[in-house]
Ligand binder design. Structure first.
Ligand code: DAH
Length: 349
């Protein structure tokens, strides 16, 4: 038996005996490491002539290849053995109840905005938009509230400290009515727009928040009048509250941008301590509306001799509170998880 045969036999028997992966690593380095057994034999090549080198080199290679093959084979066997051991000791209880994961909730205002948009779209209204950061021209002047008009003081306006332009001081819009002007200017009549957006007023208590949400509706067509406005509002409310019958009452009022103007009351009754719409003999104020003032139409580039306008404005929080029984307005914006879990809506996938 040559020295190489002996080396091969002893290496293979060590590999054979080895029973864990850690030991495998040390066996590998004892054989192939810097001062390993194969490395030592390879050192001998240096002292040989060309023919000797070729012969011994070839023999060493055969031994090396065999040892490497056996090492790899054993390595994968041991790996499999350890994996099986691990799988045997750990187990997954597939019958255990799944852990609860919260996917968040849909905010009531988001839900109601969607409901409103769906109803108005079904009446042929198209969604319009405008900036939250407005100026005096669009928020007041174009809506028939010239400089120093007393109606400007009805809105507690947040003025914004950036340089004024020829359109006056900059401000956070106090209502969505300026969108009427933007929408009319960007399109040619007839118009049928609605808009849902945030508005801002310096006011805060249980029934007022500095930011709230309004829906604005605008119709500009030939031969339209108050009867159409009444139909739109009544049928909007019927669909919104999902009732067959519902009465509204129009009370004369004042808005600078409509003439005549009215405030709309909706009928309701109390059943088991809860407000029910569509029955009863009580009235609740729900929105403002009117026939658009000719000056407003002119500011929207509409010929006021040919067209009439109808407009209405609702508070989205108020509609939401009435439909879903939410009493304190401030809670809409406080991001309290308990509130959201009570009043929020589940995602439907
Ligand atoms: N912009 C009014 C407000 O914020 C609401 C309103 C009233 C809008 C009458 C209208 C309207 O379009 O016709 O108080």
């Amino acid at each position: 038996m040559t020295e190489l045969d002996k080396l091969l036999a002893s290496c293979l028997s060590e590999i054979e005996k080895c029973d864990n992966l850690k030991k495998m690593d040390s066996i590998r380095s004892v054989i192939f490491g810097k001062n390993g057994r194969i490395t030592q034999i390879m050192d001998r090549l240096r002292g040989l002539d060309k023919e000797g080198k070729r012969k011994l080199g070839a023999e060493i290679n055969v031994v090396k290849n065999e040892i490497t093959r056996q090492l790899d084979l054993k390595h994968s066997r041991l790996e499999l053995k350890e994996l099986n051991k691990k799988l045997g000791s750990e187990f997954v209880d597939v019958s255990a109840p799944a852990r609860h994961r919260s996917f968040g909730r849909i905010h009531p205002l988001t839900k109601v905005s969607e409901e409103i948009a769906n109803i108005l779209s079904s009446f042929g209204f198209v969604c319009a938009d405008g900036p939250d950061l407005e100026n005096e021209y669009y928020n007041f002047t174009a809506l028939n509230m010239p400089d120093h008009h007393p109606a400007r003081t009805m809105h507690d306006t947040f003025y914004v400290n950036v340089p004024s332009s020829e359109k006056g001081r900059n401000l956070l819009r106090t209502h969505t009515s300026p969108i009427q002007i933007h929408a009319m200017l960007a399109n040619t009549p007839p118009h049928r727009f609605f808009s849902i957006g945030r508005v801002y007023r310096s006011d805060s208590d249980a029934t007022h928040t500095p930011m709230f949400t309004q829906v604005e509706g605008l119709v500009v067509e030939k031969n339209v009048g108050f009867a159409h406005l009444k139909w739109i509002i009544t049928n909007f409310l019927k669909k919104f509250f999902a009732v067959k019958d519902l009465s509204i009452r129009l009370r004369p009022s004042f808005f600078p941008f409509t003439e005549p103007s009215a405030e709309v009351d909706v009928s309701y009754g109390i059943k088991d301590g809860e407000m029910v719409f569509g029955c009863g003999d009580k009235w609740l104020e729900i929105c403002g509306c009117g026939v658009v003032h000719p000056n407003v139409l002119r500011h929207g580039n509409v010929d006021a001799d040919k067209y009439q306008g109808l407009a209405f404005g609702f508070g989205v929080e108020r509609l939401t509170s009435l439909k879903y029984g939410i009493s304190d307005l401030r809670e809409y914006f406080e991001s309290d998880d308990r509130w959201r879990n009570t009043f929020g809506f589940q995602h439907v996938s």
